[in-house]
Design a protein around this ligand. Structure first.
Ligand SMILES: NC(=O)C1=CN([C@@H]2O[C@H](COP(=O)(O)OP(=O)(O)OC[C@H]3O[C@@H](n4cnc5c(N)ncnc54)[C@H](OP(=O)(O)O)[C@@H]3O)[C@@H](O)[C@H]2O)C=CC1
Ligand SMILES: O=C(O)[C@@H]1CCC=N1
Length: 258
């Protein structure tokens, strides 16, 4: 199966790599192909002509910025009639995509962990049956994937699409905390990363509520409660909730600009 990825930038490049690794024949596009050396080295064909890429492909991914999606769809509209087209563009609805072409559209939202096969990808579509099975086969090469009602897609964008950025802020703060109490940089980073990974794995495997796992860690009168007290005073929960809310609202605003 041949897959075209239009807009081989940060996420498009990651998608092209994941699909190539899974054995798909991949053609990727961007205007400045000199910036796609890494993809070329992996055996991915990189060209600047979207029409040529689409003509040769069975499935098309669109990973350009929201402001460009209209132009790109207009450019390829006649070639994608009846073709499966998966857009990962934030804030652009199925209804808006369908304004430009009569393709079989899927709206998906992965995150940058596609690069290590650990994305959370949600998708919405009106397709059914074998076509949905194909969509899931493709999206599973990125990591976990789940079908959702389209009304959830902006919130998914604000939560898991943008999520790696929030987690890296927290992670960096943990490392700095380690530095502040005198740990060497490498040790602080390794301890913070493994703590994050281990906690996520623990929560996933035990399916316990985060509060329950937190109670396991907090020894009465011990060290952890003093740390948790500071986090609560710093309003970390409202800060994270506001971050998800702001990014979700931005996704909703982007959709009005296409
Ligand atoms: N970054 C992320 O983690 C995620 C991003 N997304 C979505 O993916 C999209 C891209 O985001 P991101 O990867 O961060 O942005 P980038 O700017 O890194 O990638 C966009 C790419 O599109 C290329 N491009 C621009 N115009 C065209 C065109 N006419 N034809 C073909 N390619 C073109 C650009 O390259 P050139 O200038 O060389 O043409 C650029 O590399 C956005 O819509 C975003 O909402 C979704 C999930 C996660
Ligand atoms: O920042 C953005 O707009 C994109 C969408 C989700 C992650 N990155």
């Amino acid at each position: 199966m041949r897959v075209a990825v239009l807009g081989a930038g940060t996420i498009g490049g990651a998608i092209a790599k994941a699909l190539k690794k899974a054995g798909y024949d991949v053609v990727a596009t961007r205007r400045r192909i000199e910036k796609a050396k890494e993809l070329l080295e992996l055996g991915i064909e990189v060209i600047s002509d979207n029409r040529e890429a689409v003509e040769k492909a069975d499935v098309v991914f669109i990973a350009v910025k929201p402001s460009k999606v209209g132009d790109v769809l207009e450019e390829i509209a006649d070639l994608i009639e009846g073709k499966l087209v998966i857009s990962v563009v934030a804030g652009v609805s199925l209804k808006e995509l369908k304004r430009f072409a009569k393709a079989k559209f899927v709206r998906a939202m992965p995150n940058i962990a596609v690069l290590v096969g650990e994305s959370f990808t949600a998708y919405a579509t009106e397709l059914e049956g074998e076509e949905v099975e194909l969509v899931e086969r493709l999206l599973r090469t990125f990591g976990d994937c789940v079908r959702v009602e389209e009304e959830h897609m902006d919130a998914i964008t604000g939560l898991s699409g943008s999520g790696p950025a929030y987690v890296t802020v927290f992670l960096e703060a943990m490392v700095y905390g380690g530095l502040r109490v005198g740990l060497p940089r490498d040790l602080a980073k390794r301890a913070s990363l493994q703590t994050l990974l281990g906690t996520a794995k623990l929560l996933m495997e035990t399916e316990r509520h985060p509060a329950e796992v937190r109670e396991w860690v907090i020894t009465p009168g011990g060290t952890t409660i003093d740390g948790v007290f500071e986090l609560e005073e710093g309003k970390i929960r409202t800060a994270v909730m506001k971050a998800v809310d702001a990014a979700t609202k931005k996704s909703r605003i982007l959709s009005k600009r296409v």
